[in-house]
Design a protein around this ligand. Sequence first.
Ligand SMILES: Cc1cc2nc3c(=O)[nH]c(=O)nc-3n(C[C@H](O)[C@H](O)[C@H](O)COP(=O)(O)OP(=O)(O)OC[C@H]3O[C@@H](n4cnc5c(N)ncnc54)[C@H](O)[C@@H]3O)c2cc1C
Length: 293
Amino acid sequence: MTSIAPPNCLSQVDATEGFTQFRKSVERPPLLQPPHPVPRPTLPPLFDQPWALPSEWLELVEERTSDMHPEMGGGRVLVLAQWHAYLEARALSHYKETRNAFEGVHQSSRLSAGLAHGCVSPREIWYDTFTYEQHYGANESTYWLRFELLWREYFRWYSRASDWTLFRRSGPADRAVSGDQQATRFRAWREGQTGCDIVDAAMRELRQTGWMSNRARQLVASHCIYESGLDWRLGAAWFEAQLVDHDVASNWGNWAYIAGVGADPRGGRVFNLDQQASRYDPEGVYCNRWLSR
Ligand SMILES: Cc1cc2nc3c(=O)[nH]c(=O)nc-3n(C[C@H](O)[C@H](O)[C@H](O)COP(=O)(O)OP(=O)(O)OC[C@H]3O[C@@H](n4cnc5c(N)ncnc54)[C@H](O)[C@@H]3O)c2cc1C
């Protein structure tokens, strides 16, 4: 794997070392901060033209989108509305406790699609968390959102350093792994018909909404690789086709990590699915909701 050092504010960091090394390099005093987000530039006046100016389109879009439910659409206006509602509800102060749940209002920030599509920048979210801390106080949860943004950042550099090896079966780590591409097992997994309730519920949620929580993503990936015995790349490709927040680096980096061919120093993650289901969905509310559809 090629070693690629990130430029600018992360120039002292090598993404080919593990995440912990990466994070420590960023957090070691003096803390490396990303540059402040750049304000939207003022554009020069356009030539006379028969069609509307971009600023007029924006007014139209804002008018149209202001009535929509924040969770129902995309674009910067809605992503920011949802993010500000999350902050106003002070959900950030509990983020670390809620982020592992499968669902729930303000269970996590729901920023991923906005970030993946460039509607908001990680830098502005990063600095918003500091402003929030000034108003409502800092705690482990407020820090933890930045910690997760660092995972995102890490996977971006990791994917650049890994180049095409991120997409081969043996991954950037070049480790031999089992797993086949058997059609029946793959169909059962992707359609939520494996017989494992927590996996089937999550896969149905993915198919119907294009989203699932981080915990659910880890569990279905673990099932795909270690229970269904499939080539991990089939799972990554299915996620790529389904996720509304698909991001090449985060998706393939996380899949390779769980498959043990990526950045995990422990060499892969096998989850005990029954234990996880009883811990994070003890009453079976989440399972019942999606299995009944
Ligand atoms: C197998 C698998 C595939 C994934 N595929 C994607 C993907 O295609 N696109 C994507 O954005 N995330 C992916 N993730 C990471 C994570 O699951 C989602 O970012 C998160 O669930 C989105 O919800 P949120 O915005 O409410 O996250 P929050 O928990 O509120 O986190 C805030 C932000 O931090 C970043 N983040 C959080 N966790 C991770 C993580 N493990 N890796 C990288 N960044 C993270 C995201 O940008 C997220 O929006 C994947 C995780 C796994 C296990």
